[in-house]
Ligand binder design. Sequence first.
Ligand code: FE
Length: 170
Amino acid sequence: MILAILGLSLAMCDSNTENTSKDHEIADSTKTNKTTVMTDTVQKTDEEWKKILTPEQYRVLRQKGTERPFTGEYENNYEPGTYVCAACGQELFKSDTKFDAGCGWPSFYREAAKGHIIEKIDLSLGMKRIEIICSKCGGHLGHVFDDGPQPTGLRYCVNSVSLKFIPGKR
Ligand code: FE
């Protein structure tokens, strides 16, 4: 059931490394485009995103796609480190808040820092869910549900494709 509910907004992220740093350079140098969220934002046209992201990353991050459950690179990764946005490099989650939700996607009970994730009501597919979006680049990450573990009771269900894992102490 959770699978059915979640099977809507996640993905994989193999070749995100280079993209992320490239993205950063252009990111902070101001571009002409749409949506503005915070001061330090990454704004690109669809064409620009297509050049930087893999087709799967583009489908998930820019078109709100979902990677197939149990297929993502980070679903079973429990190494210490930080998960950043695959598109812009913003820190999103820390490994010590990751847990096995059994849903087929990386799950976390807390965002890495306040303001790094934007929540938006998503009424697609006949359901009412809360979409989670990177506040820096506007990339679709997944959804957040209120059936997570304590101390927050939240479950941030994220596409692996939307993330890039940086190993390190956490
Ligand atoms: Fe981002």
